[in-house]
Design a binder for this molecule. Structure first.
Ligand code: ADP
Ligand code: MG
Ligand code: ZN
Length: 191
């Protein structure tokens, strides 16, 4: 055996960036929470951040549509994420599309320091355009997971979030009823 008599090396965590993206209801928050729970099981120190703008269900918990949740810290801007505890090994960021353009730099500098950064967010806004800092994050990430919801019109995988209301501002939080996941064909139907 090659390793005979040699002490096992200390486990050293390399930093990395993982993106979980897709439309509303695709299970981004579920998948983020699944990965973070597994990190907790591995006894890694986990912290979760979300933008203060996302106060849909709870001011300080990351909550998925099926109401699984883990406590999180709401922050005003991306740079505030850098104020995390010095022993934190895994950082989760939910609703990342609402953060400012500093977010890719923030994630990069955390990953360079050895932190595993897991980011969940919408890849497209309701017009089908790339959303906020997500496209840049997808470019610099080691791992990109793009997931789909179920198209509410025809049942095939849905890649897009269709807005049901007339409101023209891009930031309209995703309460049930104001958006529905749709495939490309159904997304283009009523536009
Ligand atoms: P996201 O964070 O991507 O908006 P969540 O993780 O909060 O999604 O919620 C995903 C859950 O939403 C699914 O597991 C499912 O139970 C539920 N859901 C409701 N409508 C749909 C749909 N049209 N397609 C897929 N999942 C849906
Ligand atoms: Mg979510
Ligand atoms: Zn469809």
């Amino acid at each position: 055996m090659i390793n005979e008599g040699i002490e096992r090396p200390k486990i050293f965590q390399r930093g990395s960036i993982e993106i979980i993206c897709g439309p509303m209801f695709s299970g981004k928050t579920e998948e983020l929470l699944r990965r973070l729970r597994r990190a907790q099981i591995a006894r890694l120190k986990v912290e979760i951040f979300k933008p203060t703008i996302d106060i849909r269900y709870d001011a300080s918990a990351v909550v998925s549509h099926d109401l699984n949740s883990i406590q999180s810290t709401p922050v005003e801007n991306a740079s505030s994420i850098l104020l995390l505890g010095s022993t934190t090994q895994v950082v989760g960021i939910d609703e990342a599309q609402f953060f400012d353009d500093e977010l890719p730099n923030v994630c990069e500098s955390l990953a360079n320091k050895g932190v595993r950064v897991i980011v969940a967010g919408l890849d497209m806004d309701y017009t089908g355009k790339p959303f906020g800092p997500i496209p840049k994050l997808m470019a610099i990430a080691e791992f990109v997971t793009k997931i789909t919801a179920v198209c509410v019109r025809c049942g095939v995988p849905a890649s897009r979030s269709y807005r049901l209301t007339e409101n023209e501002t891009t930031i309209l939080l995703g309460e049930k009823g104001s958006y529905e996941p749709r495939c490309r064909v159904c997304f283009n139907l009523d536009r």
